[in-house]
Design a protein around this ligand. Structure first.
Ligand code: ATP
Length: 436
């Protein structure tokens, strides 16, 4: 299992999924850059989430709120006061830890010495900066540590403009920032990351039922995109883990090489957030049901996922090695919706006679799906390269293609090859993608 982690991290670097940030300056441990393949994979993760949460529903709308935000928001949400982790330093070796993450809170995992930790200090995880040229407290702003507050502060705007009524949701994908004490495990915990969050507003007496509904929906999303059931679990929080406002929280957890880790938290946040913002802003944040004459503050169910962390789980679950015709190959068995490229067009030889037709085939596919083109080295090598980055279908253009105007589609997983007329290729590939 530990090898799996090394293998995926190496593959990410070698093939251009994820690069250490600022590498030419020695790297910057808490951030990563997404390369030509990583940017496609990350977008596909987000796209799959958006499709399931917004596109395929008529009760959820989207939002893209600002990252820079005034202290008033974080005062009301409780983040200024409570968004802290307990920080301890080892007096012996100077390593720094989050106290709640230590297996043994009395012994330093780095130097092995006991009772060397300083008193725990509560460290606020929000990044603070200044808006405008003067660095004064009146100009203080924060980089958002979660996207969720954007939905709460826009509740009234969305309610008034979208003509939705509870139960309805507001979804957002975007960057969040946390000054994590111990970033690590590759892109599992970074200081800058992408979240995919949805706030679902419901009548107060329907909170429990919608909480269960979203737990089930969100668990299924990962399974449908290829995470094996034995590596995924829904873990309800114990009563002592729950935030004071939560009437129930469950985490979707993935079995990482180092153990179970959170991919997503689903929480029944009751009316806490809307009430807090209503009190602090003086605005009424409630719903008036004209039919029944009833006025209430909706309760909120929040499925909050991490796109970058989830991308890593998909990579780990997809990574495998097998043997094809006596040769070993690395293959990413990514769900086709997630694969960076859906198709690769491979002319059998680099001869000028095949290139024009191969490029014509490329041009037919490009408007519909991300398509790679590769004409260097042997066809076997090129298949291996595409397997390794998870391309589900390779299209080979050979000398017969010049005559029969057909190409061969090779399937990454079954290795089955079928001959398809070039005129039917787009329909075939799009059909396969939709059926996947
Ligand atoms: P953790 O306990 O791992 O710090 P959390 O419970 O604080 O996470 P939430 O506030 O519930 O996380 O955020 C929702 C999701 O955002 C998490 O499930 C995770 O996928 C993602 N996330 C949170 N912090 C980070 C981070 N530092 N790096 C990458 N993803 C993160």
């Amino acid at each position: 299992m530990a090898d799996q982690f090394e293998n995926v991290v190496n593959l990410c670097k070698r093939r251009g999924f994820v690069f250490p940030s600022a590498e030419i300056y020695g790297g910057f441990r808490s951030a990563y850059d997404y390369g030509p393949l990583g940017v496609l994979l990350l977008r596909n993760v987000q796209e799959a989430w958006w499709r399931s949460m917004v596109q395929l529903r008529d009760d959820v709308v989207g939002l893209d709120a600002s990252i820079l935000s005034p202290p008033a928001i974080w005062e009301a949400s409780g983040h200024l006061q409570n968004f802290t982790d307990p920080l301890v330093d080892c007096r012996n070796c100077k390593e720094r830890y989050r106290l709640d993450q230590l297996d043994d809170p009395t012994t330093c995992p780095n130097c092995g010495k006991s009772d060397t930790f300083t008193e725990a200090r509560q460290f606020n995880l929000m990044f603070r900066t200044f808006a405008g040229p003067v660095e004064e407290s009146a100009a203080t702003v924060y980089l958002r540590p979660e996207t969720a507050q954007g939905m709460f502060v826009n509740f009234k705007n969305v309610l008034e403009t979208s003509r939705k009524k509870p139960p309805f949701g507001i979804a957002q994908i975007g960057k969040s920032f946390r000054n994590e004490i111990t970033p690590g495990n590759f892109i599992f915990r970074t200081r800058e990351f992408v979240q995919m969050e949805m706030e679902y507003f419901v009548p107060p007496d329907e909170g429990k039922q919608w909480f269960e509904y979203w737990c089930e929906q969100r668990y299924r999303w990962y399974i449908d995109l290829g995470i094996p059931t034995e590596s995924l679990r829904l873990r309800p929080h114990d009563a002592d883990e729950l935030s004071h406002y939560s009437a129930g929280t469950s985490d979707v957890e993935y079995l990482y090489p180092w153990g179970w880790g959170e991919l997503e938290g689903i929480a029944n946040r009751t009316d806490y957030d809307l009430t807090q913002h209503a009190t602090h802003s003086g605005e009424k944040l409630e719903y008036f049901d004209q039919a029944s004459g009833e006025r209430y503050v909706p309760h909120v169910i929040e499925p909050a996922a991490g796109a970058t962390r989830t991308m890593m789980a998909f990579l780990l679950a997809a990574y495998s090695e097998d043997e094809v015709e006596g040769e070993s190959r690395t293959v990413l068995r990514l769900h086709p919706r997630l694969s960076p490229y859906k198709v690769a067009v491979l002319p059998l030889s680099k001869k000028d006679t095949l290139t024009p037709l191969a490029r014509e085939v490329l041009g037919k596919l490009q408007p519909f799906v991300m398509t790679d083109y590769d004409e260097t080295q042997s066809i076997g090598r090129r298949y291996r390269r595409q397997d390794e980055i998870g391309t589900p279908w390779c299209v080979t253009v050979d000398f017969d293609s010049l005559e029969d105007k057909a190409v061969t589609i090779r399937d990454r997983d079954s290795l089955a090859q079928v001959r398809v007329p070039i005129d039917d290729l787009v329909t075939e590939i799009v059909g396969r993608l939709q059926a996947s």
